[in-house]
Design a protein around this ligand. Structure first.
Ligand code: HMG
Ligand code: MG
Length: 299
């Protein structure tokens, strides 16, 4: 059975732009987010309050966020790794934040300069304070399927960190296939193991990168398991600067094409969305990797 409606968590402005060689001007980012909202997306991850030296592409968070203040009815979550990040987000009036853990030691070290457990210790006060402020908190978990240094990741290792993030107070989880190596059977196995550890499917979103072209197949497997929150990035932008083998996220257009074909509602206007990705591709100087964007905009 498939759900009647899917909530798309759009990550193009954050996951997409964090990985661009060139730094996109703040005004273009603001226009991008506005255009995504005009296309009907209602959860648009805007930026990250991380160390500017670690992700220079998003160092303009303080200038960008206020330019989005006029967006009504749109959630604008932001990434915060630590209390310093949360303070920056609170100072700008953000309502939704996300912490980002790792299922593997190698990536925890590369991305956060911490062990897996040290990172959880770093997030703990962030999540409690955010919840005191009535913020919605998402807990990302990277390397849920495979890791560029460690290879396939044991399901038990992933379940342990998911449980810790929920116990800490995260409202929802997002299971990251950071380097895009997952296949549908692995997705089903992980979701089943999570249920066995009392992690309900309605608290779980999926975040697939499309390195091996499996993102849509993996998404369908997740939907069949009952997942209704799917992360995607307009035009298939994306990657992670601290995981070399990561390429773009599942393209939002490819996702919407499949969902609408299945009769699943998204609220997204595919024509407007692909025009936005074509416009952004013009700014970035290369065509969108999304097959759907290319088909619809004749790129
Ligand atoms: P660190 O070097 O260990 O930092 O980095 P620290 O805690 O030792 O602090 C050092 C200095 O940085 C201090 O300044 C802090 O104030 C400052 P000093 O006292 O020396 O002058 N500092 C900050 N400044 C601004 N904003 C902050 C902040 N924090 C500390 N938030 C740190 C640790 C977590 C900061 C660093 O590793 C970091 O910023 N990492 C972010 C990496 C990142 O953004 N990666 C991409 C997002 S994750 C992803 O893409 C995966 C995902 O898409 C899911 C998937 O696909 O799997 C979500
Ligand atoms: Mg990602």
């Amino acid at each position: 059975d498939l759900p009647p409606r899917v909530r798309i968590h759009e990550v193009g402005a954050r996951d997409g732009l964090q990985n661009e060689q060139s730094v996109v001007p703040t005004e273009i980012k603001a226009e991008f987010v506005h255009r995504l909202a005009d296309a009907g997306l209602t959860t648009i991850e805007a930026t990250s309050f991380v160390h500017p030296k670690w992700v220079p592409q998003l160092a303009d968070a303080e200038r960008l966020f206020p330019l989005l203040g006029d967006l009504q009815g749109v959630h604008l979550p932001v990434l915060v790794p630590n209390e310093r990040g949360l303070e920056r987000a609170l100072a700008l009036g953000a309502h939704r934040v996300a912490v980002f853990a790792s299922a593997t030691e190698s990536f925890a070290k590369a991305n956060l300069n911490r062990t897996v457990d040290e990172a959880l210790t770093m997030f703990d006060p962030v999540v409690s304070r955010a919840r005191e402020q009535k913020m919605h908190v998402r807990g990302y978990l990277s390397m849920c399927f495979g890791d560029p240094w460690e290879g396939p990741v044991p399901v038990g290792q992933v379940v342990r960190v998911c449980r810790a993030l929920l116990d800490m107070g995260c409202d929802e989880l997002s299971l990251g296939d950071t380097i895009g190596v997952a296949t549908p059977g692995h997705v089903r196995a992980l979701l089943t193991a999570l249920n066995e550890a009392d992690v309900p499917t309605d608290r779980v979103g999926v975040h697939f990168h499309d390195t091996y072209g499996q993102a849509l197949a993996n998404t369908l497997a997740a939907l069949q398991h009952g997942v209704t929150t799917v992360d995607a990035s307009a035009g298939g932008l994306g990657g992670c600067p601290y995981a070399k083998s990561a390429t773009g996220n599942l393209a939002t257009e490819d996702l919407v094409w499949m969902l609408h074909g299945l009769g699943i509602e998204t609220g997204v206007d595919l024509g407007r969305l692909s025009a936005t990705s074509a416009w952004m591709a013009g700014h970035l100087g290369r065509p969108s990797p999304s097959r759907t964007v290319r088909a619809l905009t004749h790129q």
